[in-house]
Design a protein around this ligand. Sequence first.
Ligand SMILES: Cc1cc2nc3c(=O)[nH]c(=O)nc-3n(C[C@H](O)[C@H](O)[C@H](O)COP(=O)(O)OP(=O)(O)OC[C@H]3O[C@@H](n4cnc5c(N)ncnc54)[C@H](O)[C@@H]3O)c2cc1C
Length: 388
Amino acid sequence: MLPRSYEVIIVGAGPAGSATALFLLHHRPDLAGRILLLERRRFPREKFCAGALGGRADRILGGIGVRVEVPSVPIDGLALSLPDGRVERSPGQIGRVIRRREFDHALAQAARERGAVLREGLGLTDFRVDSGGVEVTTGEASFRARALVGADGVGSTVRRKLGIPFGRLKASVVEVDTEPLPSDSPHHLLHFDVTDRAYQGYAWDFPTPLQGRLMVSRGVYLLSYDGSTVPGVADLLTRRLAHQGLQIQDYRVKRMAERGIELHRPVARPRILLVGEAAGIDPITGEGIAQAVQYGAVAGEYLARRIRADKLSFRDWRLRLAQSVLGRDLAFRRILAQGCYRWGRHPFERLFLDRPEALEFGAAIFAGTVRPWRKWATRLLPPDPILR
Ligand SMILES: Cc1cc2nc3c(=O)[nH]c(=O)nc-3n(C[C@H](O)[C@H](O)[C@H](O)COP(=O)(O)OP(=O)(O)OC[C@H]3O[C@@H](n4cnc5c(N)ncnc54)[C@H](O)[C@@H]3O)c2cc1C
């Protein structure tokens, strides 16, 4: 029989939820057994995703002694196909490609080993905030906690029930896993294809370690600015695959949506905060795994301090986020998405063709070896009075 009462309940054991548990336990090891990680599915579970994991995620997790050992393809650079040429840069290891079925399972186990109570096959259906805490209802049981974290992904029930709009930056994504082709980029590169100027997005070919074989994840990412699903995303992938000599009907087609961050929207309410894709991720590429880990690192430290101080209004969670490396990175990518997809790509295309080393900047952001806007942001945003 599980206890009913916890210090914190985290809804969703994807990378954002598990990382939040890990970092909270890192800062407050005394909370072992007092953090409930609720996951509505059972591990190992699939998550539609191309699995490109920015090196910063491993570095951040490594900082608290967590290493996620799963089959991976090491990545040491990026390739970019443009309408007028192709550029490629390999600055050294910048990340790896994992399968989410294995990665998420291993990360959730790490959280369990450090003291989180992981409950699988149990989804939050509702919650209610009262003066003493939060009452969480699932299909089978109800639980209480002093605080709740919504780490429940793109369609977040927590966000919806809080009445926080999902926002307008919605990407429609479709992918398949195929065998490699002779025309592919070398398998140590992530290949982005932006040759078609007709749409706001890109196509990708990433190596992927599938059941002991090196395969290739191929997909299309299309961003909408009005919250709608972009029609025709599967047709685009069909045409692209046909161009590569592949028939889409030979593969399992996986469709999903992604949500870009909109920093003007709330990401918390009293006793409840949102992390990971429930809060919003990068709108330009739809990168979200390393960001989910970063969310966990910031939220874990924030929660530890707020719980100790018994200040659970979470009124300044958005500010804390904006001040973090993650928040600055998201703000930078938000503007970049606007520039690339709305104001016109030509200046960006010229930049990459004339100065291919610009691609190394992108690779460094992915790896986490450079922090965009660090000086500017530090000047603009005063340090958080409580969190440093
Ligand atoms: C096709 C595709 C390709 C992508 N490729 C990449 C990539 O290559 N690299 C990259 O960095 N990002 C990629 N992303 C984005 C990335 O997958 C997400 O941003 C990332 O998974 C967000 O992590 P998260 O922990 O916030 O949410 P999730 O990974 O979605 O985890 C949420 C968890 O919450 C659980 N849950 C949901 N509702 C409830 C509930 N009510 N109660 C309990 N549990 C619940 C879910 O089962 C899930 O386990 C891709 C996305 C798509 C769709």
